[in-house]
Design a binder for this molecule. Structure first.
Ligand code: SF4
Length: 368
């Protein structure tokens, strides 16, 4: 880790870091300009707990029923060294999988330490890349650099080797009915799988091999037609990979943000938690509601200060440089003189206000 690690420990208030997973990284890239989320995620702060302490609990998380169903389906697919999964891969997808070896990397000699597990993942993948030895690697523990910090990815996928190439297998419990699944769920699964493909490619590159040996084709395994029978669908995640690469590159570097924050800032319980959170700049947009645990707090804050972002990202972009709705209205009615850099935006706002007034003056039922 970098020299910022002690700062990040302090930000968590001594609590252990929360692991990233593919979902949190995929969501992180949805708002790459938000310093608040960047800092909290880089430090591994439990945002869900912080939001609850602030009185703005998030609605995220699956129901207990969905979790139980998902776990049962996964256990079934993986039973007996992934016997059912291999049948699927051989028969449904026509893949030639001659010999099978199954390695579970979740625990190493009774030790769940992440460094140890990551080391074993590296060793086994190096072996498979050099000798072709090994077929299924369950729970590979991968790492990805997020905003200048290494984040471990909690594994919920299988890396599958066939003909010298590695594929990611995602097991999901949403149903595929008549060959179709809910597009939003498939899109979310593809985004998450792309995170794993990227992390695997980085690891393969670090091991001195061509990252392209990790395929952009992933396999999505879901229950079929409301039964428990699994079906496998190949997914091409190249579009998701391209977006992810671009967004991760844009993430503001955490050490730059930390340098501008108070030296004693902490998100630990007690003290002025709301003040600490507000000390880190946020970029709220309604899209946050779908992907960030802090969304209710940030929405409340954005509304209270009349931030233009609360109206949507496109409105904020159109009003570039005008941070609050009050300023936008004052520029529109001419009660505020714009600075030179806002002159063009102010002219557009005045035009929009005039057009609105004219439209409101048109009598009902026809043009004037
Ligand atoms: S909800 Fe808040 S912290 Fe999360 S991404 Fe949006 S603005 Fe940032």
């Amino acid at each position: 880790m970098t020299e910022t690690a002690p700062d990040l420990d302090r930000l968590r208030g001594g609590a252990p870091p929360r692991n990233h997973d593919a979902r949190t990284i995929a969501a992180l890239t949805a708002n790459p300009g938000c310093a608040r989320r960047g800092v909290m995620d880089a430090a591994g702060v439990d945002k869900d707990a912080v939001a609850r302490l602030l009185g703005f609990p998030s609605p995220f998380g699956q129901s207990q029923f969905a979790i139980t169903r998902g776990n049962a389906f996964e256990a079934q697919v993986k039973a007996d060294g992934c016997a059912e999964l291999l049948t699927l891969l051989r028969e449904r997808l026509g893949l030639a999988v001659p010999e099978v070896a199954y390695d579970d990397l979740e625990v190493v000699a009774g030790n769940e330490g992440r460094e140890l597990r990551h080391t074993r993942t590296r060793r086994l993948l190096a072996r498979v890349l050099e000798t072709g030895e090994g077929t299924l690697f369950d729970h590979p523990l991968l790492r990805l650099e997020i905003a200048g910090q290494l984040a471990y990815l909690e594994p919920d996928v299988i890396a599958f080797q066939v003909a010298g190439r590695l594929h990611v297998i995602e097991i999901k419990s949403f149903a595929v009915v008549d060959g179709q699944a809910e597009p939003e769920q498939v899109a979310a699964a593809a985004r998450q799988a792309a995170v794993y493909v990227m992390a695997l490619r980085r690891l393969v590159g670090e091991l001195g091999h061509d990252p392209a040996r990790v395929s952009h084709e992933v396999f999505l395994v879901c229950p079929e037609n409301f039964s428990n029978r699994p079906t496998a669908t190949p997914l091409d995640v190249r579009p998701q990979l391209a977006v992810l690469e671009r967004q991760l590159a844009r993430l503001t570097r955490i050490d730059e943000i930390l340098g501008e924050l108070p030296g004693d800032l902490t998100f630990g319980p007690g003290g002025d938690l709301a003040g600490s959170v507000r000390a880190v700049e946020a970029r709220y947009a309604p899209e946050c509601m779908a992907g960030c645990e802090m969304a209710f707090f940030c929405r409340d804050e954005a509304r209270a200060c009349g931030a233009t972002g609360a109206l949507g990202r496109s409105v904020r972009d159109d009003l570039g440089g005008v941070d609050t709705i009050g300023t936008a209205l004052a520029l529109a009615d001419g009660s505020l003189s714009p600075s030179a850099d806002l002159a063009e935006t102010a002219a557009q706002l005045r035009t929009a206000a005039r057009l609105r007034e004219e439209a409101l003056l048109v009598p009902q039922g026809g043009a004037a």
